[in-house]
Design a protein around this ligand. Structure first.
Ligand code: SDX
Length: 396
């Protein structure tokens, strides 16, 4: 029987799996994918090679990588029924909701759950990695009233996504920086959306439902949604001389500062360090960004006030500045995070299946026992802030 001492809010510090996919040392600021430092992968690898490493657990030979890349290129297109479904989505809908719907819809076409068949696993990995970017770009075009742009097989993964976003072939330097951003966002041990993926995977449902669960989890502002909120924060601050008063007000009001803090890192997120370098590279190549100087001032102000509590920039603080300079709209920052994190979710899906036990934690019951059932005639209106009646102020 569990006791209250066993309860850990948010399962903080509670191991939920044995995993070899990635490792984080939050005090040293270390991140490794399958034992390889994120700095090495950012410098020398590509996103698809990194996904292969995460999912199959080793760096591919040239032939394996070429086969993998070819299969991904071949499967980028969407079924016309999924495109037709997207035509019914409201333009004002958030792209993460559109992506979650489309990811789940893939299961309608490929729902056979042969989870013990390596060919089925490989096909699901290829389809999800190949089609998720096409879905994000298609919704972007369709919400503007335009036809989606078909993928181009002559462009690599990163360049093709940027091309599908605006029908312009990207500068190779910009495409390379985007590919590096995808590597940085691909995997991060037992974060909320990966945990969600593992819980869903543990029921032996299909991988499309697993990814749909994870997308819904990533969308929240405390997780993947923070990168979009960082830009809104920098916009609200507006100038360097307003930074300190803004940050002081957040702290005063116990309002979380977006892009800062982490359950594991108590130093600057190593991915934020690399993303800041990519931002500076982009600004040198394509012109400065007025938000960057404000961001530097925010980082300094937060470090002075909260560094002692281990509150430093996380992966979401500088990523938005890079994506803005690449011409990606801010409400697509989190879908871009999802495009990358599909690699990590699939690696954990495969690892969960290898030694599965359905997740079913327990709880500490804090309610009452042996309560009587009152007939409808006996009942009085329940009043108070949390009652149903208290919420009927405005008609839906
Ligand atoms: C990602 O888990 C992962 O690996 C996630 C991720 C990945 O790659 O998957 O790294 C990606 O999700 C990055 C996080 C993006 N979210 C944000 O930037 C939103 C702002 N950050 C916070 O909401 C918060 O830092 C979390 C959610 C990231 C972590 O929350 P925790 O571990 O539950 O920390 P907490 O809320 O218990 O805070 C501990 C203390 C509190 O102060 P006290 O009440 O103890 O005095 O630190 C303070 C908090 O108030 N704090 C912050 C803060 N984050 C924590 N104070 C101000 N601003 C913040 N951002």
């Amino acid at each position: 029987m569990a006791s209250i001492e066993d309860y850990k809010p948010g399962l903080a510090g509670v191991p939920a799996a044995l995993s070899q996919v990635s490792h984080v040392d939050g005090l040293q600021g270390i991140l490794e994918y399958r034992g390889i430092a994120i700095e090495s992968l950012a410098q020398q690898s590509t996103f698809l090679e990194t996904c292969f490493l995460l999912i199959w657990g080793y760096l591919p030979s040239l032939e394996e990588l070429q086969d993998f890349e070819y299969e991904i290129r071949y499967h980028r297109r969407l079924k016309y029924r999924i495109r037709d479904m997207m035509k019914c989505f409201p333009e004002s809908g958030h792209p993460m909701d559109a992506l979650q719907s489309c990811a789940a819809a893939l299961g309608l076409f490929y729902s056979r759950r042969a989870l013990d068949d390596p060919e089925y696993i490989r096909a699901a990995v290829v389809r999800l990695l190949a089609k998720i970017p096409t879905m994000v770009a298609a919704f972007q075009m369709m919400r503007k009233g335009n036809d989606p742009i078909q993928p181009r097989d002559d462009l690599d993964y990163a360049a093709n996504f940027l091309y599908m976003m605006n029908e312009r072939e990207p500068d190779p330097r910009a495409a390379k920086i985007f590919d590096t951003c995808l590597i940085l966002h691909a995997e991060h041990t037992m974060n909320a959306s990966t945990f969600s993926a593992r819980v869903t995977a543990s029921t032996l449902t299909d991988p499309y439902g697993v990814v749909a669960s994870a997308v819904g989890t990533l969308a929240g502002p405390l997780h993947g949604g923070a990168n979009e909120e960082v830009i809104e924060m920098l916009d609200a601050i507006g100038s360097i001389d307003r930074v300190e008063s803004y940050i002081d007000a957040c702290i005063e009001n116990k309002q979380k500062i977006m892009g800062f803090g982490h359950r594991v890192y108590k130093v600057k997120d190593p991915r934020a360090v690399i993303l800041q370098g990519l931002a500076e590279q982009l600004f040198a190549d394509y012109g400065d960004d007025r938000y960057y100087q404000i961001a530097l001032a925010v980082e300094k102000a937060v470090e002075e006030r909260l560094g002692g509590k281990g509150i430093y920039p996380n992966v979401d603080f500088y990523s938005g500045l890079v994506y803005r300079r690449l011409g990606i709209p801010s409400d697509l920052f989190t879908p871009v995070f999802a495009i990358a994190r599909v690699g990590g979710w699939l690696a954990h899906w495969k690892e969960q299946l290898a030694e599965n036990r359905i997740f079913r934690p327990t709880q500490i019951y804090t309610g009452e026992h042996a309560c009587p059932y009152h007939s409808i005639q006996e009942r009085k209106l329940t009043v108070g802030a949390t009652s149903f009646a208290a919420t009927n102020g405005k008609k839906l």
